[in-house]
Design a protein around this ligand. Structure first.
Ligand code: GLU
Ligand code: ZN
Length: 307
């Protein structure tokens, strides 16, 4: 295994000196909806109740879909709920050098597949449908790419185990995930940027939505390959609309500006707290002493949005 010696030497020193941290890491592609706000509150409560620092990181590697204006609104909405953070929020667009350095420390291969190639490729029996089928591993017939760059993928495979406060010990397959996106406008990919930042920022606890549980074994594999210690996880159930589907625009009012047309901030915060198993608290601050990961209901929270 290749270990990220240069990459890890400085952060390791920093890590040893700093308190452990939790974080919330939104992608600034639109206003946070009530599901995002609830996850943010859970992450904040978890950090504050355990004496960790709480960091906010703006995951804006997808330059086309991200905007600083949206990020600023996200921060404003978090603050309105009483969520505070330590230090300045970091923006992934300011950290490309770190990802570049980490990439050189990982076992990778270039991938020339189109979306269609991936969709149509034969898969080994236990490969999940969303996983890369492995086509380009050891490939020698390099197709003509024109002005497109190949994607760079992690040499995954096998399984990895992680510890999650709600799901227990979870073992799952490791994807050959994209670390650097190819195409005409190449860029950094979520799975690399996210774990490099968690390592560099001293994050030892990740609280986020259940939709990312399937990515966690792959992320743990990348963290381990970089010679770092994986965080412990708490994947919280998603918020669903009355149709039982993940919240979307069609569900009606779900962002903070929309919700405050129907409820006060205090009512919204209290409602989010109750959805996390905390009764009788009206502010985020009051909830810290009453927070317990075990009290978070196991089922998705069904939210009836006002129309
Ligand atoms: N940026 C990701 C999202 O908004 C979250 C990443 C994470 O928490 O690991 O879905
Ligand atoms: Zn490929």
């Amino acid at each position: 295994m290749r270990v990220a010696r240069e990459f890890l030497s400085a952060p390791a020193t920093v890590r040893a000196m700093t308190q452990p941290a939790g974080r919330y890491a939104p992608s600034p592609s639109g206003d946070l909806h009530i599901g995002n706000l609830r996850t943010a509150l859970a992450a904040w409560l978890d950090a504050r109740a355990s004496g960790r620092r709480f960091l906010v990181r703006i995951e804006d590697v997808d330059e086309q879909r991200s905007s600083r204006e949206v990020a600023a609104r996200q921060l404003e909405h978090l603050a309105a709920l009483g969520i505070d953070w330590d230090g300045e929020p970091v923006y992934q667009q300011d950290r490309y050098g770190l990802y570049e350095q980490a990439l050189t420390q990982l076992d990778t291969f270039p991938c020339y597949c189109t979306r269609r190639d991936i969709r149509e490729a034969a898969r080994a029996p236990h490969t999940p449908p969303s996983f890369y089928p492995g086509t380009c591993i050891g490939r020698t017939d390099i197709p003509e790419m024109g002005d497109r760059a190949p994607a760079i993928r992690f040499h995954g495979g096998g399984e990895m185990t992680l510890v999650d406060d709600r799901h227990g010990t979870v073992t799952g397959p490791v994807d050959h995930c994209v670390l650097r996106r190819g195409g005409r406008e190449p860029g950094w990919a979520y799975n690399l940027a996210c774990v490099v930042d968690d390592i560099e920022q001293g994050v030892d606890r990740v609280v986020r939505g259940d939709d990312l549980l399937a990515s966690a074994p792959t992320q743990v594999a990348i963290i381990t390959a970089l010679g770092a210690t994986p965080p412990t996880y708490l994947h919280v159930p998603l918020v669903v609309g009355e149709d039982g589907e993940r919240l979307a625009k069609r569900n009606g009012a779900t962002t903070l500006p929309e919700l405050t047309r129907h409820w006060s901030i205090r009512e919204i915060v209290a409602m989010l707290g109750r959805s996390l198993g905390i009764e009788g608290a009206n502010t985020a601050r009051e909830m810290v002493a009453r927070y317990s990961p075990q009290a978070i209901p196991a089922e998705p929270w069904e939210f009836s949005a006002p129309q």
